[in-house]
Design a protein around this ligand. Structure first.
Ligand code: NAG
Ligand code: NAG
Ligand code: NAG
Ligand code: NAG
Ligand code: NAG
Ligand code: NAG
Ligand code: NAG
Ligand code: NAG
Ligand code: NAG
Ligand code: NAG
Ligand code: NAG
Length: 579
């Protein structure tokens, strides 16, 4: 760092007027700025900006003194003209020595538009920078290429004049408080490659003029309040790689032209009101790179077309929570890169095709709440990477869980609620190659005891055996379930003492167990164990509809995390005033 001369205030003023004269002379000679002194307009623009900021935790602005603004931190000038070309003061500062999240509190001064040669404004992530985008921005900053104001408190509308910034390449305004509709003049920005406006309060329609933004690579408008249809000619944006319009109120059909967006790899249209059929390609070369597809939480209808399998790059797909009908096409077995498939909450029927066994990369298969019939094809025994399977609430009617399924080498989360499973809890659960972590066998016809070998499932985090016909006591071995976080045994015929469940908490006072539902059983004892000598972490506790005869112990006050407690329909004679 060069040593700055310490000037008296008065002398600085005199120097300023002298320099204005000098600058004017220099400009008239067509030369660069003399001795690195900035033009009065640039100085005024920058000091005006600084004056709008009440707090700068990075300390960068307090070092903005003197007249050589090109040397100020965060400022770069054009070497030929000496004019300020870049302001880069991002909130997140990362050097080789440290990383630091700084904050600026104050207003974005419109004087920034005096910096008429600006090419880059990076004031992103300053957290408390408020104000609006100056309405004159498009007239005053014709050279602007990058506008980053993300992660601030900027409010108001996007000014119409922004469509005149014809050199603009990147518009990053996400995570602000922008409102109003998008000016259709944005469609004039033919050099734009990224428009990222997510998490604002923008409304209105996505302008049809956007289909002229043929250079666009990344368009992200998610989590706003956009309405209307997706522009019909969206397929013209054939350079687009990522399109995210999720979490809005968009309606109508997904335009068929989307299949012409050759470069697309990420397409998120989930959580809207989209209807009609899923457009599927009719050739292998349509959307050949599409890897991530999210269409969940819409009102899509029709069938999953066999042509869906032309999307050979698909890795993660969610079509859940729609109104899709028909069978799962067996051509899906050709999607060899598929790792996650979510089809939950539709009206899919038929059987799971044998070809699903070819999806060797599959980690998650989730198709709960459909009308899929059994049996499961044994070909699925080659899904070596499968970790999670969710077949809850279909018409599978297993009778018993296929043994080959419990031998899948990576499987550790099984959701098979309402699958017609009969008999005792299958003992082969304890010798699964990958120890079970989540087990939901609720709403089946399980009978017999809560087996004592349950205590050997030491990785178990979630156990849901509710709504079966299990009898017996809670085995002592349950205290060995170190990892248990969620225990739901409601609506069985379980009897005896529940003390073990709370003993477990005593052994692991900071343990993860946060959810306990033992309601609607025939338990009679153990309620006095709650909270004894331990700081219990339970948040949800339901002991209703049992036969607990004793007073609730005051030690329950130890359970300070408790958010929901239901003790109704017992023989409890406690007085609430004790608490
Ligand atoms: C200005 O010159 C410096 C050093 O000569 C160079 O590193 C920098 O890239 C130039 N900046 C511009 C905007 O041309
Ligand atoms: C910019 O867009 C507006 C609205 O879409 C249009 O009326 C205007 O002619 C366009 N201007 C230029 C210079 O293309
Ligand atoms: C959506 O945007 C709002 C601001 O408009 C923000 O508060 C919220 O956290 C965002 N939600 C998500 C899921 O990103
Ligand atoms: C796209 O640009 C062309 C030429 O500039 C213009 O005629 C047309 O109206 C624009 N389309 C939309 C939808 O704005
Ligand atoms: C897709 O592109 C082809 C060739 O450019 C064109 O003929 C076809 O009409 C487009 N399809 C849609 C639905 O826009
Ligand atoms: C599926 O692809 C074939 C060509 O392979 C095409 O003839 C047919 O129209 C496509 N079906 C749909 C629903 O797109
Ligand atoms: C599995 O399906 C059940 C029942 O529909 C659902 O509640 C649960 O969230 C799903 N779990 C996972 C991990 O997908
Ligand atoms: C399910 O299978 C069992 C035994 O295989 C049979 O008794 C029962 O009727 C079946 N239930 C339904 C709903 O198909
Ligand atoms: C356990 O399963 C039942 C029935 O499927 C469900 O209602 C309940 O929410 C599940 N419990 C937990 C903790 O997920
Ligand atoms: C089932 O539990 C009861 C009491 O809880 C016990 O008497 C019985 O021996 C158990 N049966 C089996 C097969 O473990
Ligand atoms: C507790 O369980 C009973 C019976 O299973 C149920 O009706 C009740 O809604 C549950 N209470 C809470 C607070 O979830």
């Amino acid at each position: 760092m060069k040593r700055r001369p310490q000037l008296g205030l008065k002398m600085q003023d005199q120097l300023l007027s002298l320099l204005i004269v000098l600058t004017v002379c220099a400009a008239s000679l067509g030369a660069a700025n003399v001795h690195g002194i900035c033009t009065p307009k640039d100085l005024k623009g920058l000091t005006g900006f600084k004056a709008g900021i009440r707090l700068d935790t990075s300390g960068r602005l307090e070092k903005w003194v003197g007249l050589k603004c090109c040397e100020w931190e965060g400022i770069s000038c054009n070497n030929a003209t000496g004019r300020v070309a870049e302001i880069r003061l991002p909130g997140f500062i990362s050097t080789s020595d440290f990383v630091y999240q700084s904050e600026m509190k104050g207003w974005l001064s419109p004087s920034i538009t005096l910096l008429s040669s600006l090419e880059v404004i990076d004031l992103g992530g300053l957290m408390n920078l408020a104000g609006t985008i100056p309405p004159s921005i498009g007239f005053r900053l014709p050279k602007l290429r990058k506008l980053y104001l993300y992660g601030n408190q900027i409010s108001g509308m996007l000014p119409e004049s922004i469509g005149k910034l014809w050199q603009l390449e990147e518009l990053l305004l996400y995570e602000n408080k922008l409102s109003g509709s998008l000016p259709s003049s944005l469609g004039n920005l033919s050099n734009l490659n990224s428009m990222i406006l997510y998490s604002n309060q923008l409304s209105g329609t996505v302008p049809n003029s956007f289909t002229n933004l043929t250079g666009l690579v990344h368009l992200d408008l998610h989590n706003n309040s956009f309405i209307g249809a997706i522009p019909e000619k969206i397929g013209q944006l054939h350079n687009m790689k990522e399109l995210d319009l999720s979490n809005n109120f968009l309606g109508g059909r997904i335009p068929l032209s989307i299949t012409n967006v050759t470069a697309i790899s990420v397409l998120y249209l989930d959580t809207n009101n989209l209807e009609g059929e899923i457009p599927s390609p009719s050739r292998l070369d349509q959307m050949p790179s599409l890897s991530f597809l999210r269409l969940q939480n819409n009102q899509l209808t029709g069938e999953i077309s066999p042509n869906f399998s032309y999307l050979i790059s698909l890795q993660r797909v969610s079509l859940a929570h729609n109104r899709l009908k028909g069978e799962i096409p067996s051509s899906l077995g050709a999607l060899s890169a598929l790792t996650e498939l979510y089809l939950d909450d539709n009206q899919l029927s038929g059987i799971i095709p044998k070809s699903m066994g070819q999806l060797s990369q599959l980690l998650v298969l989730s198709m709960s709440n459909n009308m899929i019939r059994g049996p499961l094809p044994q070909e699925m025994s080659s899904l070596y990477n499968l970790q999670i399977i969710n077949l809850s609430f279909n018409e599978i009617n297993f009778s018993s869980i296929p043994q080959w399924l419990l031998r899948l080498p990576s499987l550790s989360r099984i959701y098979m609620a309402g699958c017609g499973i009969q008999g005792e809890i299958p003992e082969s659960l304890k010798i699964m190659p990958s120890p079970i972590q989540e087990l939901d066998l609720s709403v089946n016809h399980l009978t017999g005891n809560l087996s004592s070998w349950l205590g050997t499932l030491t990785q178990l985090y979630l156990l849901n055996l509710s709504r079966n016909s299990l009898v017996s006591d809670v085995p002592e071995s349950i205290t060995q379930l170190n990892a248990l976080g969620v225990l739901d045994l409601h609506s069985n015929k379980l009897t005896g003492n529940i003390g073990q469940v709370f003993k477990m908490e005593q052994r692991f006072p900071q343990g993860p167990l946060t959810y306990i539902d033992l309601s609607d059983n025939r338990f009679t004892e153990g309620i006095e164990q709650i909270g004894i000598g331990a700081q219990c972490g339970v948040q949800f506790l339901n002991l209703s509809n049992n036969f607990f005869p004793w007073r609730l112990p005051t030690t329950i006050r130890m359970c300070t995390s408790l958010q929901s407690l239901d003790l109704s329909n017992n023989n409890l004679g406690f007085n609430l005033k004790d608490f």
